[in-house]
Write a protein that binds this ligand. Structure first.
Ligand SMILES: [Zn+2]
Length: 283
């Protein structure tokens, strides 16, 4: 694939002793500043439908259901977009099993899913994405932060990362069917279906990171003048690679600002307590 990423600048920030990389990637403005309200979506041709894609963009069939495409505005050394053939709304319910199968067949990649109002720039067309493994810091960080165990289903269990401003849920599974049952229970237990999800397969186990969201975009996105930062967190940002699309935002963002953004868009204590007390999540 070999994308030219030489123009991209990076720096590293720390929140609660965890590293977050910040990437300046101007081409991502199409995604970070995408208008995803229903009216704007209805007015534009869907860029994931085959008839609207450039004819030179190659695709690989997956299971007769999805196409695997190269992402034209990569964040990762290798970055793929995996839309369904059908133009059907972005929704993970009933499709997590596909994500698990893709993860097995693509061991060099971490699969990810951005929910509507959580960073998906095509909320009207179901798609996963995939990026090079070992690129997002969370793939290492979770191991030292594996906390309290919240739920079990057969050979799948759910944990929450400790001392993590994102309060990441970590689902570890030896059996796909148990993972799916547990995952569907989690989706039902969420008060609203706003999530970002990462998943990879390693040593016969699936590792899934679920980031329940309270907000689409942080208040700095809507601020005016020099207070504004065009930062619109999605799966990759929460996985530890924050995308900035303007150089001034890249320069200005610091540890405290990043922590505030995480706390603003992710679940906080009261929501977690509600989730823990919810019967769907209990074993
Ligand atoms: Zn479409």
């Amino acid at each position: 694939m070999g994308n030219d990423n030489q123009h991209i600048l990076t720096k590293t920030l720390m929140v609660n002793q965890m590293a977050f990389h910040v990437q300046f990637n101007a081409a991502r403005i199409r995604s970070s500043a995408a208008k995803t309200d229903a009216a704007s979506i209805a007015q534009r041709p869907c860029f994931l439908c085959k008839e609207n894609r450039p004819p030179e963009q190659k695709s690989i069939d997956w299971n007769g259901q999805y196409e695997i495409l190269e992402n034209p505005f990569p964040i990762f050394p290798q970055h793929l977009t995996i839309p369904t053939y059908e133009h059907t709304p972005q929704q993970l319910q009933g499709r997590y099993a596909d994500m698990l199968k893709l993860a097995v067949e693509m061991p060099e990649f971490t699969l990810f899913y951005n929910g509507p109002h959580c960073g998906a720039s095509a909320p009207d067309h179901m798609h996963f994405q995939a990026g090079s493994r070992h690129f997002m810091p969370i793939e290492q960080q979770w191991q030292e932060r594996i906390g309290e165990h919240l739920a079990v289903e057969g050979k799948a269990r759910l944990h929450i990362m400790a001392n993590d401003p994102r309060n990441t849920l970590v689902l570890i599974a030896d059996e796909a069917k148990d993972a799916v049952t547990l995952f569907e229970r989690i989706l039902k237990a969420l008060s609203k279906p706003m999530v970002n999800v990462l998943c990879y397969y390693e040593n016969n186990q699936w590792f899934t990171f679920i980031f329940p969201r309270t907000k689409h975009r942080p208040s700095c996105y809507f601020a005016e003048g020099s207070e504004q930062m065009i930062i619109s967190p999605a799966s990759v940002d929460l996985g530890g690679v924050f995308i900035t699309v303007r150089q001034e935002d890249f320069e200005r963002i610091d540890n405290k600002c990043l922590e505030n953004i995480l706390r603003e868009v992710c679940w906080q204590e009261s929501t977690i307590n509600t989730f823990k007390n919810n019967n769907y999540a209990r074993t």
